[in-house]
Design a protein around this ligand. Structure first.
Ligand code: UD1
Length: 386
């Protein structure tokens, strides 16, 4: 990595898919508020493109419109990653880059980190070091490789440090800053849309949730791409819905597959309130008022922990162990019986109370801006002398 002596070039911040937006929004704000300000350039790769998967979330999070949109769209992992790389490199040529900052573990994260590192531009990875230890997950490959390419690795929980050092990454490059996603959550919670309001706005009978409700999100390819896996999960959720109405916000992938497998009927027979993908403020409102959240999302495991709402995670593993150890999360796998037993347990006992993990305090992005400023200034001073 070579550090450019120019501090006038921007830090390019990359977003690609829905879970990136809530991580980058507080970082852009903290960079602007830092004294002196750290100029940023926001690049959207276009991995997610539906208004429901982008525009609404940008507005909810007060994210400025991207300075550059690469409009890559969907494709196989190889096609999508390659397209991002091809289209991202000219952005560096045009605007210059003091550093490239990537978040999370989506294909855009790895693609831009790879381009930047080969152009000798410092790579900054936010949410480093999380590991599910399951390489069948595309995100796990993205995490491992992005971390290997990164010059600064900001972590959300202390277990991440050990994972990185085990993979040969120098400990001095790893900085524990806390969780930027929780910065967004704390900033936005006062604006959260109450569940009854959003159901009414969607034309659904809000009276159905007067006695409490649960929330379901499901989108992971390993759960929804195969009818033999998705069917039993839907049946288990249907059974849970007999005790508690479930608000189910359908990801485009899941909706497409339910249609393709002829399973929408099965969903409609349960006590579900079906919604399209929701805005951020709507999701916060839904989750914060729920008695239970059932999900296969990574971020929602953390958000429920921050909200103190019990979460049943329909996955065999988690890259976010602190949500189980300290938070409200219970990992149950995909066995239908295990899902219904765990949900019954939460409804019977109120579920795990949990506590808020260290540095999930709403100030992670400020810690990043302060550290990044010092690191870049030192590296640039060194480059000027050399
Ligand atoms: C990606 C991320 C995943 C993240 C998820 C959140 C990778 C490897 N995976 O998966 O970690 O949890 O985003 O949503 O980067 N589609 C639309 N509209 C859109 C975007 C996608 O209809 O705006 C459809 C696509 O046509 C495709 C499906 O949804 O059928 C999958 O989208 P894609 O972005 O390829 O991956 P995700 O499953 O969203």
């Amino acid at each position: 990595m070579t550090v450019s002596a120019s501090s006038s070039a921007p830090v390019i911040c990359v977003v690609g898919a829905r879970p990136n937006y809530m991580k980058v929004a507080p970082i852009i704000r903290a960079c602007a508020a830092h004294q002196p300000p750290i100029p940023t350039l926001l690049v959207h790769t276009g991995q997610h493109y539906d208004p429901a998967m982008k525009d609404r979330l940008f507005a909810d999070l007060d994210l400025p419109e991207p300075d550059v949109n690469l409009a890559v769209g969907s494709g196989s992992h190889a096609v999508q990653t390659a397209e991002v790389m091809k289209r991202f490199e000219p952005v560096i040529d045009e605007h210059g880059a003091r550093a490239v900052l990537v978040v999370g573990d989506v294909n855009s994260t790895l693609a831009c980190a790879l381009v930047a590192s080969k152009r000798h531009i410092p790579v900054v990875h936010v949410e480093s070091g999380l590991r599910s230890n399951d390489r069948r997950m595309p995100e796990e490959i993205n995490r491992i490789l992005t971390d290997q390419l990164s010059d600064i690795l900001y972590t959300t929980e202390r277990s991440a440090h050990d994972n990185l050092v085990r993979e040969g990454i120098a400990a001095e490059r790893v900085v524990f800053v806390g969780n930027v996603m929780i910065d967004s959550l704390r900033a936005s919670l006062p604006k959260a849309v109450p569940a009854a309001d959003l159901l009414a706005a969607a034309g659904l009978d809000a009276g159905r949730i007067a006695g409490g409700y649960g929330v379901v999100t499901l989108h992971r390819p390993s759960n929804v791409d195969d009818a033999d896996t998705l069917g039993p999960i839907i049946d288990a959720l249907k059974q849970v819905s007999a005790s508690l109405p479930l608000v189910f916000a359908l990801h485009p992938r899941t909706r497409n597959n339910l249609e393709r497998f002829g399973m929408l009927d099965r969903v409609e027979q349960g006590n579900f309130l079906l919604l399209p993908p929701q805005g951020y403020l709507e999701m916060l409102g839904l989750m914060s008022g729920a008695r239970l959240v059932l999900t296969d999302s990574g971020g929602i495991q953390e958000e429920t922990t921050a909200l103190g709402v019990p979460c049943v995670t329909i996955r065999e593993n988690t890259e976010r162990p602190i949500t189980v150890e300290q938070g409200t999360n219970t990992l149950v796998g995909i066995d239908p019986e295990a899902i219904t037993v765990a949900a019954r347990e939460v409804l019977g006992t109120g579920g795990k109370a949990g506590r808020i993990p260290e540095f999930w305090d709403g100030h992670a992005a400020e810690r990043i801006a302060a550290h990044l400023h010092g690191w870049l200034a030192a590296a640039e001073a060194h480059a000027t002398k050399a």
